[in-house]
Design a protein around this ligand. Structure first.
Ligand code: HCA
Ligand code: CU
Length: 397
């Protein structure tokens, strides 16, 4: 069974400018828990006392999900994380050649000693803790160094190894840059030492491939996938929660594990509080995701919405709809008139055809007609103008 780790409160808060207060963090965590994510990564308690308090508060909130902290590979930082009553600890330390040389200025063996020391310490403090080790920038590291560090980490007590594509470099097209390659090679390298940790993947979206890479990893045997709401995070962010779940549902035996009817509420909350609008065409959560428009489409969906839909909006607690504008045909206008209680007008074919022309003129402003709030007034105005025109015409005779 594939598990989901949501990092909206950690990676997501690394989106430039984003800040979630502790109250909002708790609200987001509750919604993520309702939705059924397995692990919630709340933040790095060493960053500041407010984050530490928030991690503690969420860890003690009685949620089903495992609550986790993120930490640098340093014992004082891990101590701060452990003080938060967490179920999960994520420690990261890169073993890429470039990072070791240009940033840490240490040898691989010294890096591995550090990783082992910190993980051994965390394990000694809590035998039940889920511990993840991430060789940060895994996909730009030598696979043998990533395996060596992972073997050492698991032997020291880590239960999960995460393959991080920190810079969005991975691609399914390149045999040695693909998640399939990294998942298989890492699993094999660990299995050769009789080690079988869970494999997690953290895919950044710099090349727009985060979801494709995550699915590539799932197919190769990954166990846990990192996501955030709206895919927010450093730079172009990571995998989007909604997009991942809808694709994983295709391979699940039990679709009820995720309660996706909470997804709109969750996305609205995060979007509002992050001050990041949800693009209208965004899958599932965008306002156009289940809105049909062009004449041919609306004609067909009036008979059966699945003629132009492959997803069922009810799974997400929403209904499909149609929009009224430049591309609309008579079917849309007739449906709209019925919707506003003006179904009687539909019998007058000529009136409907003329009104449609009027609507298309208005729609040249570049936004659709608001059926509930705008259409009644447009209909009224149009009827009056027709009455006046007829009156003048009869007067002239
Ligand atoms: C970071 C980098 C990270 C870490 C992932 C992990 C990445 O912001 O600290 O610890 O599993 O992309 O590598 O998000
Ligand atoms: Cu990241």
């Amino acid at each position: 069974m594939i598990q989901i780790l949501d990092s909206t409160l950690r990676e997501g808060e690394q989106t430039p400018g984003v800040y979630f207060s502790p109250e909002i963090k708790l609200e987001i965590a509750r919604l993520l828990d309702c939705l059924g994510v397995d692990i919630i990564e709340v933040g790095n308690p060493a960053v500041n006392p407010e984050i530490a308090a928030s991690v503690t508060q969420i860890a003690r909130a009685g949620l089903q999900a495992k609550i986790g902290a993120h930490s640098l590979c340093r014992i004082p930082d891990v101590q701060k994380a452990l003080a938060c009553d967490i179920d999960f600890l994520g420690v990261f330390f890169s073993v890429s050649q470039k990072r070791l040389e240009r940033d840490y200025e240490i040898e691989l063996s010294a890096a591995i000693d550090k990783i082992v020391e910190v993980i051994t310490y965390a394990r000694s403090q809590n035998p039940n803790l889920l511990i993840r080790y991430t060789p940060e920038d895994t996909v730009r590291s030598s696979i043998s160094d990533a395996i060596a560090a992972s073997v050492a980490a698991v032997t020291a007590g880590a239960n999960i190894i995460s393959i991080a594509d920190t810079t969005g470099y991975a691609t399914p097209f390149h045999p040695h840059r693909s998640y399939a390659y990294y998942v298989k090679a890492l699993k094999q390298g660990l299995a050769d030492r009789h080690l079988f940790p869970k494999i997690e993947v953290h895919c950044h979206n710099d090349r727009g491939l985060a979801l494709a890479n995550a699915l590539d990893a799932v197919r190769a045997g990954a166990d846990i996938i990192d996501v955030t709401v709206m895919g927010i995070g450093e730079r172009s962010g990571i995998v989007d929660l909604a997009e991942l779940t809808i694709n994983l549902m295709e391979i699940l035996e039990d679709e009820s594990v995720w309660k996706l009817n909470h997804i709109q509420e969750l996305y609205r909350l995060v979007s509002d509080r992050a001050y990041i609008a949800i693009p209208p065409h965004r899958p599932i959560v965008g306002k156009n995701a289940f809105t049909h428009y062009a004449g041919v489409h609306v004609n067909a969906i009036a008979k059966d919405e699945f003629l132009y839909q492959s997803l069922n909006p009810e799974i997400f607690g929403i209904k499909s709809q149609f929009a009224l504008g430049m591309q609309s045909g008579q079917a849309a206008l007739e449906m709209a008139l019925k919707q506003i209680g003006q179904g009687d007008l539909v019998r007058d074919r000529e009136f409907v055809a003329n009104l449609l022309e009027e609507i298309k003129e208005i729609a040249k402003r570049g936004t659709p007609i608001d059926i509930e709030n705008e259409l009644p007034e447009i209909v009224e105005r149009y009827r009056m103008s027709e009455l006046i025109a007829n009156w003048i015409y009869s007067g002239e005779r």
